[in-house]
Design a protein around this ligand. Structure first.
Ligand code: ACO
Length: 402
């Protein structure tokens, strides 16, 4: 690691690193990734152990506070999150201003940004107490907002949170309850939902987290910063890949068509990529993908649809790609998004909800990273340099002379 600030002073020397492939923009004590070994730790704890033994709200506490909670701390944290799950009643009108057929991510970018107008009593970032309240509000309300965006998009009435349910069960309730029928959340599905939240909770300085940090470095309020993160996450190269991956698997449709798509992905003249494959940092299996694959098997067998054609296509595609020289040479492995869509689809979510679910899961990572940054006494505004490649100085030409 070379700290260039110590090597060079003054503005005349700088590094050029498009895509930040080898430049750290910050120090962080939250999440560690070893891309060569395929390891991911939250605050030092391996993701596999947290996936098996912990649950999302405990992981939220860990990410935010740095240590696992004791029983009293966890109970207090859960109680505080639960108390914040409702959204301001006037936000209902705000939702109703959107077209019914808007993508839930579009609605979420707007609604979360607008939280600074609804909760401006927690936007003073100089006050640690307000920073804490804003963070808790976002972790608590994002499931409600995502579920409302979904309900609105399908023309159903909003469902209020039911606070005797767990965080994950409550989200399923808000998405799938309808007034005329009693919806009972299956605990196994709630556990699978919780696992998806846990696996997506943080992933160090990815594009959306870096966006949150960059926005926050100017002193912008936390709701605006998280809205910026949501906007960035939506891109198909990032969080939008879970929707794109399932759509691709459905388009492939049957196992016999896989070679055609593998050939397309390898063709330099074809922009097609295998969605859910490859990662900037992992040059080995994404550890989250392994857990997700096991969970996909469990959920589909629980629902009695283990012969699901899409899962068959996914497994066969993975097998063929992992034996193919192109994917071996470029170290392209399935990432977290490869199997998550299959689980979400089996649970009943349309593809348009996949990225909103990623966004609500990642909110704790974003707020933890934002809080870590704002608490740094040496915080500097993020301001990348550029390598100018435009015209040299030239004189203005009058309109009639052009
Ligand atoms: N299918 C086929 N070829 C690929 C794929 C893929 N999914 N991913 C990368 N490659 C190839 C590229 O064409 C490139 O080939 P080249 O060296 O011959 O030019 C090489 O592998 C390196 O690819 P880059 O795009 O330079 O790698 P980068 O680290 O910038 O991109 C990314 C990583 C964006 C994730 C890329 O692998 C990708 O587009 N994957 C598909 C989308 C996806 O699944 N995104 C989710 C990422 S995980 C997340 O955000 C939660």
């Amino acid at each position: 690691v070379v700290d260039i600030r110590k090597l060079y002073s003054g503005a005349d020397v700088f590094t050029y690193d498009p895509g930040f492939t080898s430049t750290a923009a910050c120090e962080s004590a939250i999440t560690y990734i070893d891309g060569d070994k395929g390891e991911l730790w939250y605050r030092g704890y391996p993701i596999e152990q947290l996936a098996t033994s912990s649950h999302y709200l405990e992981v939220c506490y860990l990410l935010m506070q740095g240590e696992l909670p004791n029983a009293a701390q966890l109970a207090d944290f859960e109680e505080r999150i639960t108390r914040h799950t409702m959204v301001h009643e006037q936000m209902h009108y705000f939702f109703r201003g959107f077209r019914r057929d808007s993508h839930p991510m579009a609605t979420m970018v707007g609604v979360v940004g607008a939280m600074s107008a609804f909760y401006h009593d927690s936007t003073d970032i100089t006050d640690p107490m307000q920073r804490e309240i804003a963070s808790m509000r976002m972790i608590a309300k994002l499931p409600t907002i995502a579920a409302m965006a979904y309900k609105y998009s399908i023309g159903q009435p909003f469902v209020y949170p039911q606070n005797d349910l767990s965080y994950a069960a409550n989200f399923l309730h808000m998405c799938f309850s309808v007034p005329a029928e009693k919806y009972v959340v299956d605990p196994a599905l709630a556990r699978a939902m919780d696992l998806i939240f846990t696996l997506h909770a943080d992933h160090e300085q990815n594009a959306s987290t870096s966006t949150v940090r960059l926005a926050g470095s100017s002193g912008a309020n936390p709701f605006a910063c998280i809205a910026a993160g949501i906007a960035c996450l939506w891109g198909p190269a990032h969080g939008g890949a879970n929707q794109a991956a399932l759509e691709m698997l459905e388009e492939i449709g049957t196992v016999d068509r896989i070679p055609e798509y593998i050939a397309k992905a390898k063709d330099k003249d074809d922009p097609f990529r295998l969605m859910g494959f490859g990662h900037r940092v992992y040059k080995n299996f994404d550890p989250r993908a392994k857990v997700m694959k096991e969970s996909a098997d469990e959920v589909l067998s629980l629902l009695g649809i283990e012969n699901n054609e899409t899962l068959k296509v996914a497994k066969e595609l993975e097998r063929i790609a992992l034996e193919d020289d192109y994917f071996i040479e470029k170290k392209l492995y399935p990432n977290v998004d490869f199997y998550s869509g299959i689980i979400l689809s089996a649970m009943g979510f349309p593809t348009s909800m996949f990225t909103p679910i990623f966004a609500l899961s990642r909110t704790v990572g974003w707020v933890s990273q934002w809080k870590e940054m704002i608490g740094d006494p040496e915080l500097k505004i993020g301001r990348p340099r550029q390598l100018y490649i435009g015209e040299g100085r030239r004189d203005y030409v009058d309109l009639k002379s052009r």
